[in-house]
Every structure is written in C-alpha cells, then in structure tokens.
Design a protein around this ligand. Structure first.
Ligand code: ME8
Length: 643
C-alpha cells in the first residue's frame, strides 16, 4: 500500500427508509477525513453507496405495492440528494443493484466455492430481518435479536455455508498482530471475545425470497445480503476486472462504520478476504451512536432527526460542525437542538465569525482594507506564530489518529488565542499615534495570517465556510489549490485587498418559541398575553368549524407555466389528496416527500391553473420572508385531527 494514497468507505445504507442524522454523521466524518487527506497531498478515494437487496427491502416494497427496484430507485435518489446538500464529495457510489456489483459478488462467491470454502447444507435457526442476521438459539436474548432486541423468525431452508470457523485462528492472530485493525480499543476487545466464544459457519444463501443476486452455480438461491453488501468495497475499486485500479486502491485504509455492524466488518469481511487471498483493510473504525434522549436514534423508534429540516433551518456547516465537534469520536453522543444552537453561537458566530468581523472592520478603518506589511515582532507575536505552527502539527496527528472532535478543539484554541491577542494588543490604542502605526501593521498582519491558516485547517470540515472566509480575506489563489504545505507562517501577501462581506454565522437567537421546541417551558403562573387578543376574537365554535388534520407529503412536483406553484400528493389517512400550494420559491420539490404537515381539510376544492386542489397547507414566513411549512412530529400519523 502506498503512503500517498488513502481509500476510505462508509457503510452502504439500506434504502428501507430515508436517511436520518445518524447516517449523515458517518458520511460527514468520512467526507471530512477524505478532504483532509486530499489537503495533505494524498491521492484519495472515497466510496459510499446503497445496500438494496434482502428480505427487508422485498417486504417493504410488497407492502407498498411496488417492485423492489421501483422502491429502491426512489429512496436512493433521496440519498444522493442528501449527500449533495451536505457537501459530501464522494468519488463513487455503489448501488448493489448495479450490474458491475452483481458480477463482482458472483465472482467472489464462485472463487470461494471453487476453493472449497463454501458447501451446501440445511440451515435451521433464527433470523432477524431488520438486521438481516442469523442467530443460533443460545445467542438470543429473551428470545429476541441480541443486537436490536426485536423479534426473530425461525428459518429452515437449504443453504450454502461459508467456512468461517476454518479461519478463526488466523483472524485472531491478525487482530493481535495489528492493533490498528479494530478501533477503538473497546471494540477490539469485544470482537476478540466474540471470536473466542466460537465461530459457526455462516449461511450465505437464501431460498425463501428472490430479491438478491443469484448464487452463480445454483439460481434457486440468492446470496445472503451481508455477503453481497460487504463486497461493495471491492466493487468500488474495480474488482474483478480492473486489476490496475484494484492494485492501486485495495486494501482500504479505513472502513468507517457504526459500532453495531462491527461484527460483520471485522469477522465476516476479513474471512471473505482471507478466502479470496486479498489483503485486509488497515482499519475498521466503529464509531458510537447518535442518541436522542439517551436512546439510539432509529426509524423504528420514531425518534430520528431529519437532516434536511436541520439544513433548511441552520445551513450546512453548523450541522457538519456540530457532528464533528460535539461528539467524541468513537463514543455515543446526544443530539439535540439546544446543544446545536449553543455550539453554533459559541464557536462559529462568536469565536470564528467575530474574529473575522472585528479584524475586517479594524483593517478597513486603519488600512483601507489592505493587508499591511509586518515589521519586527514582539514576544506576544512569537507566541501566536508558534501556536499556529503547533496547531498544524497537533491537528495533523489528531486527524491521523481519528480524533476528529479533538482536532477541531485544537483549531479553536488558536481562534481563541487570536481573539485574546486582539484584546492584549489593543489595535485601537496603537491607531491613536503615528509612532505606533508600524506596530499596528504587524498586529493586523498577524491576525489575518492566523485567519488564513485557520481557514485552511478548517476547510476539510467546513468546506462552505472555508470558501466564504477565503473570499473575505481577498486572497487571489483559489482555496481549492491550497494544501497543508501552504499553512506555513508568512504565506499571506501584504497588499492583499480584503473584502468585507456579510457575517459568516449570524447569531441564532433562541426566542421563547424556539426554546419551547427544544424543551418544555415550565410556567409558574398564568402567562400574560403579549398581543391584544381582543382583536378579531372568535369563539371555540368558530374554530371548530375548521378541520385541521395532519398530512404526510408523498410526492411534490413543479407545475408547468406556474413558477410559484407546486403540486403535492398528500396522505391524509383516509387516502391521498392533491393540493396545489404557492411554495415553489421556498422549497425544492425533492425535499418535501416525507414531511408531516398541517392542512385545512374542509376547504372547498378549487382549480388552480387547471389542477384540482383539495385543501390548504399551513405555513408562516420567517423574518427574511422565507415561507416555512408548519411541521408536525413524525409520531403523529396522517389523518390525525388537530384539536
Ligand atoms: O447497516 N448514530 O445499513 P443501515 C450513528 N446496510 N450512526 C448511525 C445511527 C445512529 N443513531 N444510525 C445509523 C446497514 N447510523 C448495512 C450496512 S455495509 C457493507 C452494510 C449509521 O442503513 C452508522 O454508520 O442500517 C451505521 O453503521 C449505519 O448508519 C447503518 O446503516
């Protein structure tokens, strides 16, 4: 493996539903790492994708009365849309329904079968369909899946088996000889114990459904979905036909996964690779879970956070920053709005944003916005310069050690130091005397040079912010051309003309309304009305004539020749209604399906631009005039009456 290339992967997610913030977490970390390694000068390959076969998907498609392929095509489009919105720069996206993947999986199966490591027998045991995993009776907990605690099903069918047990000792030795293989350490111990407790041969084919890749030697069977899915890491780098690509990229440097799928990645996958005579990935990192009120976020529990809604509300980089900075990488972490707002305000609006605003305002006032030449240096300057250099070294080591959150904390220490440097050097005092104008120039240069370095250091994590600050710094070379070597002190050219722009992160005001969305507001006495409620008062009987119900948007599309209107299909419990709404300027139709909204259900139907509209959506304007749909928790089912 060359030192100068870096191959990173995410899990390929199930299109069993739309992705939530937990999936966005893994992919954002992988994206930041990929960008960082590119920034350090490496040749990088970043792979993601979708895991589309298996019993779970086939069942969901059947429930929805569509073919599995129709079903996954729709959901996978929402995956790529989310990655685009989150600024995820992947190199390839493997869909397990791709032809190239079909060929790769069949080739893996064929090679292992021909080697004698796959044999036919009968499987009798338990199966967890949500996890797509087999369990022997003794591993069940209270009769349920030990991983997700859901019901398992008894399965008895003819199957092909893969000789996992044959390779158990070799795998243990590999894990012991390569401490970097399973990270973090706690998961390594867990996996060692699991292997030591004995490995059973793995059932690698199914016959009771057909949504999968057929076994090449026996098309009554489809290949087990995890055997199929894990192979994507080889498909994405050219296996089996593009040997040159495979030689360049395989083995992967990092498979980044959530802790619940470590077993598949550190036991089944390495043994498949042993059987194929392929080298093992350098590291499988199992990160912790995003929790919602200390419980794992998952669709089935109804406690997931929709990343689209967060991006709409806060923008992309506050979300990326929160995920990367707030959660100790490897540990579980809580996701909540209050913490997100506080992080954004403290680190992005105050520390980073104010540093730029203050310094640009001073530079405009004292030097017409042009970067002055530094002259001489005092010990306080040397400390700042030293810290900037140390920050680069420390951050590089932390990112190489996958301590992403600590790495960002390191950069923010430099940001804080720069803010303190302003207060200590007091440029406004230096500006009073002509005699200290030279010193003022040095101070201003140092502040901008620090910000140039900070911007380069954060651009992998916050790409949009990097671009925006760079633009305000006025540096003519594109930020995309900058690499780690450009973080040496002194790169900023005196004479550079800065460009003051809008604050990069306006402070988010937490008003009472927002707080109440975050946590219940305790009221000790009757609240006093803020507005004059006597105006246009109506009685309860008037209100009760309006039938407000919860609806779930199923489809949204633009209307021809009506640039303000969208045509929506909305599930209102008793069926689907078509509603034409004037929200086209405020919403991208692709972002609407899945949203739970409020509608006036007993409004007289009307025709708008020739289309029937049977109801009205409720929406309100934000301060800057953007129309936002009134949204309702996912827990409330379509058709529920608002009372
Ligand atoms: O397991 N917190 O797909 P999946 C953090 N198709 N990360 C989370 C999370 C949470 N609450 N919820 C999900 C599969 N994730 C298989 C993978 S790979 C060959 C096949 C992230 O859709 C995390 O990365 O269930 C987790 O491992 C993955 O999504 C599971 O996604």
């Amino acid at each position: 493996m060359s030192e100068n290339r870096f191959y990173i992967t995410t899990p390929i997610y199930y299109p069993s539903d739309k992705l939530h913030i937990g999936h966005a977490y893994t992919t954002t970390v992988a994206d930041a790492l990929a960008r960082w390694h590119k920034f350090t000068g490496k040749d990088v390959y970043f792979l993601t994708g979708s895991d589309e076969h298996g019993q779970k998907i086939q069942r969901i498609a059947k429930e929805k009365n569509v073919t599995p392929k129709e079903y996954v095509d729709d959901i996978v489009a929402t995956f790529t849309n989310l990655w685009q919105r989150l600024n995820i720069e992947y190199d390839d996206f493997v869909r397990t329904t791709d032809r190239r993947h079909y060929l790769a999986v069949q080739e893996v199966f064929r090679r292992i079968y021909e080697k004698g490591d796959i044999y036919k027998s009968t499987y009798q045991g338990w199966y967890c369909t949500p996890c797509e995993s087999f369990w022997v009776e003794t591993k069940l907990e209270d009769g349920n899946c030990p991983d997700c605690d859901r019901k398992v099903e008894l399965v008895e069918e003819e199957s092909y088996f893969f000789k996992l047990s044959k390779y158990a000792d070799r795998l243990l030795k590999h894990i012991e000889d390569h401490p970097e293989f399973i990270q973090p350490e706690s998961r390594r111990k867990e996996m060692i114990n699991f292997i030591k407790s004995g490995l059973d041969d793995l059932c690698v084919s199914r016959t009771t459904f057909d949504w999968g890749i057929p076994v090449p030697i026996d098309d009554k069977h489809v290949i087990y979905v995890w055997f199929d899915a894990l192979t994507n890491y080889l498909t994405g780098v050219g296996f089996p036909n593009n040997q040159e690509m495979l030689d360049k990229w395989w083995p992967a440097d990092i498979h980044l996964v959530g802790k619940e799928i470590m077993r598949f990645h550190t036991i089944i996958w390495p043994i498949i690779l042993f059987a194929l005579d392929q080298p093992l990935p350098t590291t499988v990192f199992g990160h912790g879970w995003l929790l919602s009120d200390s419980d794992k976020m998952s669709k089935s529990k109804g406690n997931v956070v929709d990343p689209h809604a967060l991006i709409d509300e806060f923008g992309v980089d506050p979300i990326r920053y929160f995920l990367l900075r707030e959660i100790s990488f490897g540990q579980d972490g809580n996701f909540n709005r209050r913490a997100l707002i506080e992080r954004t305000n403290a680190d992005l609006a105050n520390d980073l944003g104010n540093l730029l605003n203050r310094t640009l305002a001073m530079l405009n006032k004292y030097f017409d916005g042009v970067i002055p030449s530094p002259s001489g240096s005092e010990s306080i300057d040397n400390q700042l310069i030293q810290l900037a250099g140390d920050t680069v070294t420390k951050l590089s080591a932390q990112i190489n050690g996958l301590a992403v959150n600590e790495g960002l904390a390191t950069v923010w220490q430099l940001v804080s130091r720069a803010n303190k440097y302003i207060d200590e050097c007091a440029p406004w005092v230096l500006a009073k005397e002509e005699a200290t104008k030279g010193r003022l120039g040095t101070v201003m240069y140092n502040l901008f040079e620090t910000q140039r370095i900070v911007t380069l250091l954060i651009k992998s994590f916050l790409p949009e912010t990097g671009e925006r600050i760079w633009q305000q710094l006025g540096i003519s070379d594109s930020i995309a051309t900058q690499t780690l070597k450009h973080t040496q002190w002194g790169g900023l050219q005196p004479g550079t003309i800065t460009q003051k722009g809008d604050p990069i992160f306006p402070r988010i005001e937490i008003d009472t309304e927002q707080v109440s969305k975050i946590e219940p507001v305790k009221q000790t006495s009757e609240p006093k009305p803020k507005t004059n409620i006597n105006e246009n008062v109506i009685g309860i009987e008037d209100f009760s004539r309006v039938k407000l119900v919860v609806g779930k948007i199923i489809e949204a599309e633009k209307m021809q020749d009506a640039d303000k209107l969208l045509k929506l299909q909305v599930d209102v419990g008793s069926g689907t209604r078509q509603i034409v709404a004037g929200i086209a300027k405020h919403y991208n139709p692709a972002d609407l399906p899945g949203k739970n909204i409020l509608i006036v259900a007993n409004l007289k139907p009307a025709k708008l631009r020739g289309e029937l509209s049977e109801g009205m959506l409720l929406a309100a304007s934000t301060k800057d005039g953007k129309l936002e749909l009134v949204s309702v928790s996912d827990k409330i089912t379509p058709g529920s009456l608002v009372k």
